[in-house]
Design a protein around this ligand. Structure first.
Ligand SMILES: Nc1ncnc2c1ncn2[C@@H]1O[C@H](COP(=O)(O)OP(=O)(O)OP(=O)(O)O)[C@@H](O)[C@H]1O
Ligand SMILES: [Mg+2]
Length: 401
């Protein structure tokens, strides 16, 4: 179907004529760093108190920060260290903060990459690969100790680093102060993986968590405050109908008090209202936003999975059955591997991949009794029709069925 040019112009005109909903949409995205962080006074004071020795050229203790997703860990650590740098500068001391997010691919998937990236932050020119590990350590050490300074290294999503590279690197980093002559290194490790610290090597654990700060989830009232503060800058006056902020806060509070989720709901609801050319954001827009965010999240998770995991999911989607036995999945998977020239993994590995998809909330699994035939595991999809269609479309572009 060809849409006539006049109709397209009409769509644009309607959009332009409509009164804008947003005054500054970016305020509701993750790229925005708020100046004030309400309901985190205790954590702000605690972090400030621990880091304060850097203002007189001392070495603050290493700090381990943990709390569930969206509880303000990253934004608070960045805000406090940036204020610390400023205050130290005024006091005539040199404080430098390095921030690394270990979930970001390429920055921290090997010890080499991490140390090379950090050395580059000090202006050292390091090749992207090729040097032996002890040499890259020496370069980083030299860079760090090149002047009198306190370096605060924020290792965000630190559990991912250990998963990818082991804990040797943390062991070495926490010992580095013993050899530094001019500088001092303080590590702030951040994670939302609450069992991570339990599993860590006790030697690393004790040096990494000289101090610990816990970020509890926000409750609905606290989330309302956070949302109101942002909404004031993000939206045009009076575009939010009564109850909109309260509903976003209530939904996010049900889901472990996640401020990111609350802000996302509000932004996406605004975008939906804008697309519908409405002049106000209403409660129904939040319901629609919730669905959209869930679909987008699953699509993103599947996109980031290795090809073999996608092939397993593609097999399940192609079986078109409500409850599926693992043996059926294996048969379909083999067929798909042949058609797509993929190496076939063992059934053990396939089982692991299925379990991962269950953990992501994309599949459900239940064990049922088959009387004298024993017990069997049944797998089913745990997504709505819209998500299923989108996944089929996306994976259909990767695989032949
Ligand atoms: N108290 C607060 N006031 C204002 N905005 C906040 C507050 N807490 C969190 N936010 C906002 O919520 C979003 C999530 O916060 P942040 O990234 O700091 O969470 P996190 O604890 O690091 O989560 P994760 O463990 O998933 O990385 C950000 O956009 C941040 O600006
Ligand atoms: Mg974070």
């Amino acid at each position: 179907m060809v849409i006539p040019m006049a109709d397209i112009q009409n769509i644009f005109n309607k959009f332009l004529e409509n009164k804008p909903i947003f005054a500054n949409r970016q305020v509701l995205t993750i790229s925005f760093t708020p100046r004030e962080i309400p309901h985190r006074d205790e954590q702000t004071n605690e972090l400030g108190r621990i880091l304060a020795p850097a203002l007189k050229g001392g070495r603050p203790s290493n700090i381990f920060i943990y709390g569930r997703t969206g509880t303000g860990k990253t934004c608070l650590a960045k805000m406090v260290t940036s204020e610390l740098e400023k205050a130290a500068h005024i006091n005539g001391f040199n404080v430098k903060t390095l921030y690394i997010n270990c979930k970001m691919k390429k920055s921290a998937d090997t010890e080499y990459r991490l140390l090379a990236g950090l050395s580059r932050e000090f202006g050292y020119d390091v090749p992207f690969t090729g040097l032996p590990t002890d040499q890259i350590y020496n370069i980083f050490f030299k860079a760090l100790d090149s002047e009198s300074q306190t370096v605060i290294l924020i290792i965000d999503e630190i559990d991912t680093l250990v998963q990818k590279t082991g804990d040797e690197i943390l062991y070495n980093l926490t010992r580095i102060n013993e050899d530094l002559k001019n500088s001092r290194l303080t590590i702030i490790g951040i994670t939302n993986n609450l069992d991570f610290i339990e599993k860590l090597d006790p030697r690393v654990r004790s040096s990494l968590s000289e101090e610990e700060i816990v970020f509890p989830p926000y409750n609905a009232i606290q989330l309302q405050d956070i949302l109101r503060q942002r909404a004031e800058i993000a939206f045009m006056p009076n575009v939010l109908e009564d109850g909109v902020i309260e509903k976003c806060a209530a939904l996010a509070a049900q889901e472990h008090g996640d401020a990111r989720r609350a802000l996302d709901l509000l932004r996406v609801a605004g975008e939906i209202a804008e697309r519908k050319l409405k002049s106000k954001v209403s409660i129904e827009d939040i319901d629609a936003a919730e669905d959209k965010i869930d679909v987008d999240r699953i699509i993103e998770v599947v996109k980031s999975q290795p090809k073999q995991s996608q092939a397993v999911l593609w097999s399940i989607l192609n079986l078109e059955k409500r409850y599926i036995e693992t043996s059926d999945i294996l048969d379909k998977y083999k067929e798909i591997c042949v058609k797509n020239g993929l190496k076939q993994l063992t059934s053990r590995r396939i089982s692991d991949l299925i379990n991962e998809l269950v953990l992501f909330g994309i599949l459900n699994s239940k064990v049922v009794s088959r009387g004298r035939y024993g017990r069997t595991k049944l797998i089913s999809l745990n997504i709505n029709n819209e998500t299923e269609e989108k996944l089929k479309k996306m994976l259909g572009q990767i695989f032949l069925c």
